[in-house]
Design a protein around this ligand. Structure first.
Ligand code: AMP
Length: 397
């Protein structure tokens, strides 16, 4: 059975065609600059040369049609007919408080995705466009929505309620939702399997450390707490996002610099994080690490602060769960940055964490990186959101 996974941004569309018999990627690609001059599709298929199509894409329907053409192409394609695709799984950012699981798309589901445009203004409209484009280009084919907020819906009230007047929750559903949910679900599940942990009771902390970073605590794969909030701005220090700050900082800077709230949030989302802290060196952690090594003090502080905050959250989540069986590192930094993993774990001696330096010198594959004596199993587990979406889709169709 083959499943097409679609991840739509406002001007982009990523796809993977996955053979669920062996969970292998048959083809994948990216449409860039949708509805912008210079649209381009790059298609990669196992054992074939990359295929680039430069053709106008006025909307997501045209992009999906070009994806189908590429998948069916005589030379570069991988299927003979769209009948070979059993279903389409879509990454959808926000389901508000309505859905805590993936769901087969119907008119009600589309209505909920539309009603959540306010909560996910950059993503939900694009996600819906992707679904409607697939409905148009492949009528009758089941579409499944896999929500990034679904994992966080298992959190108890004490973890998701903000200490603000309750009326804002009642009127506007203001609460902690958490993001990267598909990744946290996948990695916590893989950590339980790979680490031979108790599937019902294992206490797992997943550190998804990339350009966007978040951390979750889960027991038996059910989310107990997670660091992103109403939006992805809260929590860890990221490439360009500030993570946690005293909200009064906003008022202070806005008054001093004559900025409005939109400008201020733009600064916290796009100009802060290690980019802002380092005085503009880069949002890319490799550049920050290199600058720090070369003696740039601000880059060094940014890197230290990033690692320190991850360690603080791990401490908080170990307390929240009254213990931790496993800590899993994932995403660009988590999967590749040996030094960051080591530096974070150096804070965790009090938990009985002991890292095996040789095992830690690994990138991009499942690996236990703690010693046999370590009281907590520390693991490197590459995330795979597309496969997680495909598995959810398969389970529903
Ligand atoms: P992601 O958002 O998950 O794609 O992660 C992107 C981040 O991972 C970027 O900041 C990269 O610099 C970082 N990254 C990728 N490879 C490495 C590496 N070998 N060492 C440190 N950071 C890395």
């Amino acid at each position: 059975m083959k499943i097409l996974v679609i991840n739509c941004g406002s001007s982009s569309l990523k796809y993977q065609l996955i053979d669920m018999d062996n969970e292998s990627v048959i083809a994948k690609g990216l449409c860039e600059r949708i509805n912008i001059e210079g649209s381009k599709l790059t298609h990669k298929a196992e054992g074939k040369e990359d295929y680039v199509v430069e053709s106008p894409m006025p909307d997501h329907s045209v992009a999906i049609q070009l994806v189908m053409d590429a998948l069916l192409d005589k030379e570069h394609g991988v299927i003979a007919s769209t009948d070979e695709i059993s279903a389409i799984g879509h990454r959808v950012l926000h389901a508000g408080t309505i859905y805590s699981d993936s769901i087969v798309v119907n008119e009600d589901v589309k209505k909920v995705i539309r009603e959540c445009f306010d909560l996910g203004p950059l993503h939900n409209p694009a996600n819906l466009m992707g679904i409607e484009a697939c409905e148009k280009v492949m009528p009758g084919k089941p579409n499944v929505a896999v929500f990034d907020t679904a994992f966080g819906m298992a959190m108890p009230e004490k973890a998701y309620m903000y200490a603000i007047p309750h009326e804002y929750f009642e009127k506007y559903s203001i609460r902690r939702y958490g993001f990267h949910g598909t990744s946290h679900m996948f990695v916590s599940g893989e950590a339980i399997k790979f680490g031979n942990l108790d599937p019902k009771n294992a206490k797992v902390i997943v550190c998804h450390l990339g350009n966007g970073s978040s951390i979750s605590a889960s027991i038996g794969g059910k989310c107990v707490d997670t660091s992103m909030g109403l939006t992805p701005l809260e929590g860890l220090i990221m490439g360009t996002r500030s993570g946690d700050v005293d909200p009064a900082v906003l008022q202070f800077v806005m008054n001093k610099e004559g900025k409005d709230i939109n400008e201020m949030l733009n600064i916290l989302n796009k100009k802060s994080g290690v980019l802002g802290m380092s005085g503009g060196v880069s949002s890319d952690f490799r550049d920050i690490a290199k600058a720090a090594e070369e003696g740039n003090h601000l880059a060094e502080v940014a890197l230290d602060a990033f690692r320190y905050r991850v360690a603080k959250y791990i401490g908080a989540y170990a307390a929240a769960m009254n213990g931790v069986d496993a800590i899993a590192f994932t995403a660009g930094v988590g999967e590749n940055d040996v030094n960051t993993r080591k530096a974070i774990c150096a804070y965790l001696g009090y938990l009985g964490v002991e890292i095996d330096d040789e095992a830690n010198n690994t990138r991009g594959k499942n690996q236990v990186i703690s010693t046999a004596d370590s009281k907590v199993k520390v693991m490197l587990i590459p995330t795979n959101e597309e496969l997680a979406i495909a598995r959810e889709t398969l389970a529903l169709v």
